[in-house]
Ligand binder design. Structure first.
Ligand SMILES: Cc1cc2nc3c(=O)[nH]c(=O)nc-3n(C[C@H](O)[C@H](O)[C@H](O)COP(=O)(O)O)c2cc1C
Length: 162
């Protein structure tokens, strides 16, 4: 079983993903966690899914607040991605937050921020799946995304030939 888990972990490192910061509020301050397990779930109604480690401080905060936002990072936002991924350290995010739309926070200069109310939570192994009902979307400048692949951050290369 150990081997399966190791190969599973390795296999998922070969799946290139976008990088998001899932934000919520902690002690009245913005708090951000780096997350790649994020996808669109439904358009009618608009629903988004994120999967967070149940033991992460962010998970309990989102349950308490009943809301979260998802900022999709651009290629020049590695610093925010690294800050939101430091295990066991406070993830207060004032440094990266520009605005608050009255509903939740957003990472400044993100490609887009999706503001959600928690619609449902589903326990899944050592993670908790959050389904968010999309209440507002703020679109930033259309720039290149930050990607994560093989345990490294990188940029999107558009020059692939078919
Ligand atoms: C690119 C990247 C993607 C990540 N995706 C997720 C994810 O989808 N869900 C999750 O729970 N943690 C994810 N993490 C890990 C968390 O960001 C990391 O474990 C964080 O430090 C947890 O915070 P805590 O230790 O304060 O609880 C990701 C980390 C990186 C670098």
């Amino acid at each position: 079983m150990h081997e399966v888990k190791d190969r599973f972990r390795e296999s998922m490192s070969r799946l290139a993903t976008g990088v998001t910061i899932v934000m919520t509020e902690m002690d009245g301050r913005p708090w951000g966690l780096t997350v790649s397990a994020c996808c669109s779930l439904s358009m009618e109604p608009p629903l988004i899914l994120v999967s967070l480690a149940t033991k992460a401080a962010s998970t309990q905060a989102i349950i308490n607040n009943d809301r979260f936002s998802v900022s999709i990072l651009a290629e020049d936002q590695i610093e925010a991605a690294k800050s939101g991924a430091k295990p066991g350290t406070p993830k207060f995010f004032e440094h990266f937050v520009e605005t608050q739309d009255g509903f939740n926070y957003e990472v400044k200069n993100a490609l887009a921020t999706i503001h959600c109310k928690v619609e449902n939570t589903i326990p899944a192994g050592d993670h908790t799946i959050f389904i968010g009902l999309v209440k507002n979307v703020v679109l930033g400048e259309s720039k290149s995304p930050l990607l994560h692949f093989n345990r490294q951050f990188g940029a999107f290369n558009t020059s692939v030939k078919s």
